[in-house]
Design a protein around this ligand. Structure first.
Ligand SMILES: [Zn+2]
Length: 239
């Protein structure tokens, strides 16, 4: 073995056995250790963007086709345990490499995934938020997912600055994101494509609803939402 290859191989050996969730050991053919897999709960409901209502695609498979407005939103896992940690570390701790873990988590858990001709569109943050954080986690997740699946990822949308959704009621969240999205630099939506809007968290689904309207108005054939996590609402508050 050439001497120069040694550090790279040692690094690979190190990287392939460390669990990105907890820093413990994992098997080479698994992306997480057993403990972190136990802390990951798949989301088994699809949500309707217009109201955030859920339906089970197994017991009512025709439901998605019946919706005359709004889109179906698939979330890979529930916002608790490890996925919650991953979202927070990715968003606030600068651990950008976790986007690859998020993409893997989506591939392993989501009930629906993009097809090869589909296009991913990340849900953008406002300019102020991007300036503060230096990046947008949904772009990182969409990029990692696109390269892992070999599908197109297009940065089509921009977003006006609005109040953070954190701490707002369900009704306030809907009106807060109404009309904040537009096509970025007058970009064109490719004709006849199915678009998957990608984000880290779905809660009331109002952000996805507002973003999907712009894409449909601009000529997208159809739009589906896909998020890493779903954050439940209990009696009107977000948990
Ligand atoms: Zn772990």
């Amino acid at each position: 073995m050439a001497l120069s290859a040694l550090p790279r191989n040692l690094l690979r050996l190190f990287l392939t056995t460390v669990c990105p969730g907890c820093g413990g050991r994992r098997r080479e053919n698994e992306y997480l250790c057993p403990w972190c897999r136990l802390r990951t709960d798949p989301c088994r409901h699809v949500h309707w963007s217009r109201t955030g209502a859920s339906f089970n695609p197994v017991s009512s498979p025709g439901k998605a086709g019946e919706l005359s407005s709004g889109i179906s939103i698939y979330s890979a896992v529930l916002y608790r345990g490890l996925p919650r940690e991953i979202v927070l570390r990715l968003k606030f701790n600068g651990e950008k490499y976790l986007a690859r873990v998020a993409a893997e988590m989506i591939l392993k858990n989501s009930m629906a995934l993009p097809e090869v001709d589909d296009v991913l569109v990340p849900v953008p943050a406002g300019r102020k938020r991007i300036r503060e954080r230096g990046y947008n986690q949904s772009f990182l997740i969409a990029g990692a997912l696109a390269s892992r699946m070999g599908v197109r990822n297009m940065n089509l949308l921009s977003r006006d600055d609005s109040r953070s959704q954190v701490g707002l009621s369900v009704t306030e969240r809907r009106s807060n994101v109404r009309g904040v999205f537009r096509l970025r630099n007058h970009r064109k939506v490719p004709a006849g494509v199915h678009i998957w809007l990608i984000d880290d968290v779905a809660t009331t689904c109002s952000t996805m609803d507002s973003a999907s309207e712009i894409l449909l108005e601009a000529g997208a054939e159809s739009v589906t939402g896909l998020t890493l996590t779903y954050r439940k609402q209990v009696a009107g508050s977000i948990v």
